[in-house]
Design a protein around this ligand. Sequence first.
Ligand SMILES: CC(C)(COP(=O)(O)OP(=O)(O)OC[C@H]1O[C@@H](n2cnc3c(N)ncnc32)[C@H](O)[C@@H]1OP(=O)(O)O)[C@@H](O)C(=O)NCCC(=O)NCCS
Length: 148
Amino acid sequence: MKVIIRQPVSDAEFKAYYDLRWRVLRKPWDMPVGSERDDGDASASHFMAVIEHGKIVGAGRLHFNSAIEGQIRYMAVDEAYQKMSIGRKLITTMEAHALDRGARKIILNARDYAVEFYRLLGYKIVEKTYILFDSIQHYMMEKQLTHE
Ligand SMILES: CC(C)(COP(=O)(O)OP(=O)(O)OC[C@H]1O[C@@H](n2cnc3c(N)ncnc32)[C@H](O)[C@@H]1OP(=O)(O)O)[C@@H](O)C(=O)NCCC(=O)NCCS
């Protein structure tokens, strides 16, 4: 399966991108449409995984907390396409994008069941952070970025 990682450009692509975020990260907890967005979206960089016929099956967002610290949020891969290296491709692309723009490290808040995914990609737990929807423990993780 050919997978392309790129930034959404059209209104239709952004609509599909946010819809994927909602379906994967909010709908299972009965959260309303709109809860998948926040004020940081306007200035963040958005990435999506596209397969045949322009179908969007993965999403991730990168923003900067400072000149050297990037943060990844809203990682979501369509359930039918998980464990096919799409999440890995999204993270790798966002790391390269952040490094090119001066980031020296990436931080993120991982859901407990996603910690192992990030660990495999080189992230280390910094601390236990918040609980979302009264049930999902999060862990702040970080990774130092280096030019090869
Ligand atoms: C977590 C998520 C983004 C991973 O994306 P993915 O495309 O399924 O992951 P990949 O196929 O790129 O996996 C890369 C590696 O991590 C492993 N992995 C992926 N998800 C994992 C998980 N939840 N637990 C343990 N290992 C996992 C894969 O097996 C693979 O390992 P390998 O290199 O040994 O083969 C995706 O499963 C998802 O959207 N989950 C639901 C929403 C979510 O939890 N988002 C993250 C919020 S912080």
